[in-house]
Ligand binder design. Structure first.
Ligand SMILES: NC(=O)c1ccc[n+]([C@@H]2O[C@H](COP(=O)([O-])OP(=O)(O)OC[C@H]3O[C@@H](n4cnc5c(N)ncnc54)[C@H](OP(=O)(O)O)[C@@H]3O)[C@@H](O)[C@H]2O)c1
Length: 235
């Protein structure tokens, strides 16, 4: 299932822990070259040490809360490679609050940049390199928390849900714009025991990584869809 990743050039945000950390290990073991980003310098440096024992890994430090971060990452990628095969928009934040009033007015503004606009700007800036890649793909890590049904039925952590709902819409729009050039899909990795998912989640971070690789293995013609691994789900 991973032979097609050998030699592929992959950019993944949030490589330092959780799903992104496990995905990076799987990509490197499959022979891919990975540029991985995070915001915490020590944690990224520690992960990079381990990644470099597995293969070709380049760390890029950038806090996606900072408006200049997507340009920093895209410039680092362009300085390194003249083409890109896969962009995995994995990094995101979630802070559990019961409702809009517990969140206050600032949370939507803060998380929108990290969970939506950074993904959009990274796609925007990396499309020229992706168009030079081999069967290029974008995978946006979304969530079951952001489906239309979840929004209808469950009003807690509204900012997180809204950012993932928006990311799904953004995936559809980019898929339409890039049809035949770059496949763009959204992925729900499942509820997993990471810092974000919390200790009560039923799944392991490695399950999310396996599902990320499953989306990388889909027929390239599959675009504009929402996946739970290789299983298509409703937006
Ligand atoms: N875990 C779940 O149950 C679950 C369920 C559905 C969807 N997802 C989605 O899966 C993806 C990965 O989640 P996870 O559970 O692996 O999260 P996680 O364990 O909290 O890891 C988040 C990663 O993103 C990076 N990151 C966070 N904020 C950042 C910022 N402002 N700038 C740059 N990097 C930042 C972190 O880097 P630092 O170490 O530097 O902070 C870390 O590498 C997310 O998109 C999440 O929404 C997760």
């Amino acid at each position: 299932m991973t032979a097609h990743l050998n030699g592929k050039r992959i950019v993944l945000t949030g490589a330092s822990r959780g799903v992104g950390y496990e995905s990076t290990k799987l990509f490197l073991k499959a022979g891919a070259h990975v540029i991985g980003t995070a915001r915490d310098a020590d944690r990224l440096a520690k992960a990079a040490e381990e990644f470099k024992t597995l293969g070709d890994f380049t760390p890029v430090l950038a806090d996606l809360a900072d408006a200049s971060a997507p340009a920093t990452i895209a410039n680092a990628v362009a300085a390194h490679w003249d083409s890109l095969d896969i962009l995995v928009n994995n990094a995101a934040v979630q802070v559990y609050k019961k409702d809009w009033y517990e969140e206050g007015l600032d949370m939507l503004n803060e998380q929108w940049r990290i969970n939506v606009f950074a993904q959009h700007e990274l796609i925007f800036r990396l499309v020229p390199l992706l168009k030079k890649g081999r069967e290029p793909r974008v995978i946006n890590l979304s969530s079951g928390a952001g489906t239309l049904q979840a929004l209808r039925e469950t009003p807690d952590m509204p900012t997180y849900r809204l950012t993932k709902y928006a990311l799904n819409g953004m995936s559809l729009l980019w898929a339409g714009e890039l049809r035949g050039q770059v496949a763009v899909n959204a992925l729900d990795p499942g509820w997993l025991r990471t810092d974000l998912g919390g200790p009560n989640a039923p799944g392991e971070p490695a399950d999310g990584a396996r599902r990320t690789l499953e989306v990388c293995a889909l027929p390239w013609e599959e675009t504009g869809k929402f996946w739970h691994g290789s299983q298509q789900i409703d937006y």
